[in-house]
Write a protein of this length. Structure first.
Length: 654
């Protein structure tokens, strides 16, 4: 029957791919049949992932199935599967989040005319992510990496009839390609100078200093370019908030443990390579991650679209994870802090987005101020679970985020330069503030909503779309056809994933010892730095306290303390002008220089060269046509002249 582990790996990748093909070719018009095929193809990998997780716990050596895919001289590119604690944990996360999102989507996307196509795209996405997780070679991982980009483009632009959705899909696809160019060049470097792309061999060589230092540094920085694109690190973060144009379950899938976490997973997968890259590379990575944390946190403080707030929180937490991994590499630590935060974040971030989806599905708006005015707190299950997720995001005990955030801050505390720790604590304060800004607005609505909220409600009542409250137009996520006319209870298929994720948010922190033993082979006691613990909890509670003063207490004006600094507030509202910068960069550099000169070269040099050859051929033909006079004597005369010329040339050559 073959090796059951190998068969499990093959089933994990092939089943979702087969589901995608079957639905797109045969069953996309039949919604229930498409749903059944997709759910079966996601349930089996989820079961396999749990079996692997428990049966293969305590692996001393990785399990590798591979063959040489491409061979040229001394270069060998493998294809196969790599199972070790790093991949096994991520396999469980991806398979389970994908399954929960598919179940949740039954309620959210019901009645949508593109229901079958939606589940086909989800299957393609799941296949691509699962393949990334268990790939044994970097080229195979890169191909799956690009397939994730394709699937995300299809899902973000799912409602392509909306111009904003199609533009967001293109933006995500193009911006992530910028980073992927660097990633690919890094793979070329490793292939040319190391001779292979086997992940296990690369990590072993990095630990044993089997590669020159310049190659380690250059490869790590180039591969991190791919991380910057996929995990939305500064300055390539601009695509992620626009990805909210897709259905909300897609946002949960992208933002929790799948696409955006793929970059952080790649860092963890190649952690020995990054750790050996040297202080220069790691300091650059740490600086980029820190800027990402602060930038996205400040923008989240002023957004009124609930999905935008959680999107920027994703960007900030991805920066926090990268900070943990880079700090561990600099201080000689392990990958556990950053990877553990990825694990806990998967649960509470998926929960935040799925709760947002319930509110959007119910009220037909993305603006949480309007949700509050219309009675959002009366949806008890989503309101309770989103509060649990926000407490975890803020790092409050005993929720999962508290444990993982403390580990990352502990890794930053081991660095000689304490500025990284200070900025990490600032990020913790801002995170708690923007998370509970949403919670307090939802929990404590105003009897008389402010004018800009009432105007939004009036527009919705008249059948139009609202425009936020001065922070720019936010498209409502109502393309699925449910709108705000549905005010029934939350369907069980939407409530069940919320309760499951809330359960994991509550217990994952207490699994820290087990997960550390699973990943690192042993659970090490961590010294409790009381001062750091007090500082971290104090920053989180301080952020919640300021949010209460601004948004929660009965006399709060719902303006925020940033209103006292209008220039700074506008700077954050304009998203640090990063979209303006990229628009200027495209218009001036890409279109104004490269496109202009490439067009000139195409028209004058390429087309001109072809035209010159064509005109030369025509001209020479016309000249030679004079030889053909139809007079036999004249033709013979020319033939004699030619033969005489050839004879004279041959004689002179002797």
């Amino acid at each position: 029957m073959g090796d059951p582990i190998l068969l499990g790996c093959l089933a994990t990748v092939i089943l979702p791919l087969a589901a995608f093909a079957i639905i797109m070719i045969f069953t996309w018009r039949h919604h229930k049949l498409s749903l059944a095929i997709s759910l079966i193809a996601s349930t089996i990998p989820m079961i396999i992932s749990w079996i692997f997780f428990f049966k293969l716990a305590g692996l001393k050596q990785p399990i590798i199935y591979q063959f040489d895919w491409l061979i040229s001289d001394q270069v060998k590119v493998p294809f196969g599967f790599l199972l070790d604690p790093t991949s096994l944990l991520m396999l469980v996360i991806v398979a389970n989040i994908s399954w929960l999102v598919q179940v949740y989507s039954v309620g959210y996307m019901g009645g949508d005319p593109g229901f079958g196509r939606y589940y086909a795209d989800l299957s393609l996405f799941a296949m691509s992510m699962l393949s990334i997780v268990i790939s044994s070679g970097l080229l195979q991982l890169y191909i799956s990496w690009e397939l994730v980009g394709l699937a995300s483009y299809l899902l973000i632009g799912f409602w392509y009839e909306k111009f904003s959705a199609s533009e967001a899909g293109k933006k995500a696809f193009v911006v992530t390609r910028f980073g992927d160019i660097g990633f690919f060049i890094g793979l070329v470097f490793l292939t040319l100078y190391f001779g292979g792309l086997d992940i296990h061999s690369i990590n072993t060589a990095a630990v044993g200093k089997g590669m020159p230092q310049w190659l380690l540094t250059a490869s790590a920085l180039l591969i991190f370019c791919g991380v910057m694109g996929k995990s939305a690190q500064f300055p390539l973060h601009v695509w992620l908030p626009d990805a909210m144009e897709g259905p909300t379950p897609v946002s949960a899938l992208l933002h929790s443990a799948t696409m955006v976490a793929a970059g952080v997973y790649l860092m963890a997968r190649l952690f020995p390579l990054f750790a050996a890259a040297g202080p220069t590379a790691l300091t650059i990575i740490l600086a980029i991650s820190t800027i990402t944390l602060i930038l996205s946190s400040t923008i989240g403080m002023v957004a009124s679209d609930i999905k935008q707030v959680w999107a920027y929180s994703t960007v900030s937490q991805l920066g926090f994870m990268s900070m943990g991994l880079a700090a561990a590499g600099l201080a000689g630590g392990t990958l556990f802090a950053g990877y553990f935060h990825l694990t806990t974040h998967a649960a509470f971030k998926a929960l935040l987005f799925l709760c947002a989806g319930v509110f959007i599905h119910h009220f037909g708006t993305n603006d949480f101020f309007v949700m509050s005015a219309q009675g959002g707190r009366k949806l008890y299950i989503p309101m309770a679970t989103v509060t649990i997720a926000a407490l975890a995001l803020a790092g409050i005990f005993p929720f999962a985020g508290f444990f993982s955030k403390e580990l990352v801050l502990g890794a930053l505390a081991h660095l000689p330069n304490k500025i990284w720790l200070v900025l990490g604590l600032l990020g913790a304060f801002l995170t708690a503030y923007y998370a509970f800004r949403v919670i307090f607005v939802m929990l404590f609505p105003r009897p008389q909503p402010p004018d800009w909220v009432q105007a939004q409600i009036d527009v919705m009542a008249s059948g139009g779309h609202g425009h936020g409250h001065g922070h720019g137009h936010e498209e409502e996520d109502t393309g699925h056809g449910h709108g705000h006319e549905e005010h029934h209870g939350v369907p069980w298929v939407m409530s069940l994933p919320l309760l499951v994720l809330a359960f994991f948010t509550l217990i994952l922190g207490f699994c820290q010892g087990y997960l550390e033993k699973f990943l690192m082979g042993a659970s090490h006691p961590h010294d409790v730095d009381l001062m750091l613990l007090v500082a971290a909890v104090g920053c989180a509670l301080g952020g919640i306290g300021v949010a209460w003063l601004d948004w929660g207490r009965p006399t709060a004006k719902w303006q925020g303390f940033l209103r006292q600094f209008p220039v700074l507030e506008n700077f954050f509202i304009q998203k640090w002008y990063m979209d303006h910068f990229w628009r200027w960069f495209l218009n001036t550099i890409i279109y104004g220089i490269f496109s202009k000169w490439f067009t000139y070269n195409d028209r004058r040099v390429v087309d001109g060269g072809v035209d010159a050859v064509a005109l030369g051929t025509i001209g020479s033909g016309r000249l030679l046509s004079f030889i053909q006079t139809a007079f036999l004597q004249l033709n013979i005369f020319f033939m004699v002249l030619v033969l005489a010329g050839i004879g004279i040339y041959l004689l002179m050559g002797r």
